[in-house]
Design a protein around this ligand. Structure first.
Ligand code: SAM
Length: 287
């Protein structure tokens, strides 16, 4: 079968199966072969690689990945796409499609069963309504993956890569950078999708670090401190932390900030991930 990724071929398949796009499932299918190849190139797949694709749609990206990798498991939530995928991917013997919600699938078990527990590369033109939950699930559950090469909404990609004291820097920047080295690779216009999304998209690669970027004694506390620090962006760090969800005693926060050598009049958005870790580790000892 010819490759799917052209506007005509995609429309033909959609028509043949009377497929109805679901906006609520974030269905915007890629119709540009060059962009598909850019995603595959960015992932640096070799024939040794095992890949998990999130949301194969009608299989256009899946085909391009399968040409390069050893084996790919694609997880698709929409049962209406399964008969289409069965046809578009029929010529490949290294693709398995799993029907399911990637947020609910036990990925540790999947990797153990399908890939003998070996590290995998994750690739996907992600559904934009659940980008952050998907990325955070993979990172927080410490699924054995080496990288994620994903197409996501441009502004979310900018937040993932943002540095302190910039407008995009926030809790997501720190969460992603705690686990990964992010790299924005390419901005993609809405015209390469059917239907066209209202926003611009970006291909970003997240290389998972061997161990988190900073040493943190109590991860739960670390992320709660970050949440509080950014929850009230206009407040000083001292006020944000002593009136936030952690309800920390003001004197305790003052003391911890002094020990960490951080000025309490600064705002959370100016703190580096290292400074947040230092503060969290001091508070963990004092609490
Ligand atoms: N990979 C295809 C492409 O590039 O043309 C489709 C990408 S489309 C942006 C997102 C795909 O993810 C859709 O096929 C959608 O049905 C699927 N999807 C949405 N939510 C999902 C979830 N929670 N788990 C698995 N797949 C999901």
């Amino acid at each position: 079968m010819d490759k799917i990724a052209s506007p005509n071929k995609t429309k033909e398949i959609i028509q043949e199966y009377q497929f109805k796009f679901s906006k609520s499932l974030g269905q915007n299918f890629l119709i540009d072969k060059n962009i598909l190849e850019k995603i595959v190139q960015a992932a640096e797949i070799t024939e040794e690689d095992y890949v998990i694709e999130i949301g194969p749609g009608i299989g256009s990206l899946t085909q391009h990945i399968a040409d390069k990798c050893r084996k790919i498991v694609a997880v698709e939530i929409d049962k209406h796409l399964l008969p289409i995928l069965a046809k578009t991917l029929v010529e490949y013997d290294n693709i398995e499609v799993i029907h399911g919600d990637v947020l609910k699938v036990d990925l540790h078990k999947l990797i153990q069963d399908r890939f003998q527990g070996q590290k995998v590369k994750v690739i996907g033109n992600l559904p934009y309504y659940v980008t952050t939950p998907i990325v955070m699930k993979l990172l927080e559950e410490k699924v054995p993956i080496s990288s994620m090469t994903i197409m996501i909404q441009q502004e979310v990609a900018q937040r993932m890569e943002a540095k302190p004291s910039t407008k995009d820097y926030g809790a997501l920047s720190i969460a992603v950078q705690y686990y990964c080295q992010p790299k924005i690779l390419l901005k993609v216009p809405p015209t390469v999708f059917i239907p066209q999304p209202k926003v611009s998209s970006t291909i970003i690669r997240l290389d998972i670090l061997e161990r988190p970027r900073v040493y943190v004694e109590n991860e739960k506390l670390f992320f709660r401190i970050i949440k509080d620090a950014f929850g009230k962006r206009r407040k000083t760090l001292l006020n944000a932390l002593s009136t936030g969800t952690l309800k920390l005693n003001k004197d305790l926060v003052k003391e911890a900030l002094t020990t960490a050598d951080i000025d309490g009049n600064r705002r959370g958005e100016t703190l580096s991930i290292q400074e947040f870790a230092k503060l969290a580790n001091i508070l963990a000892e004092k609490m």
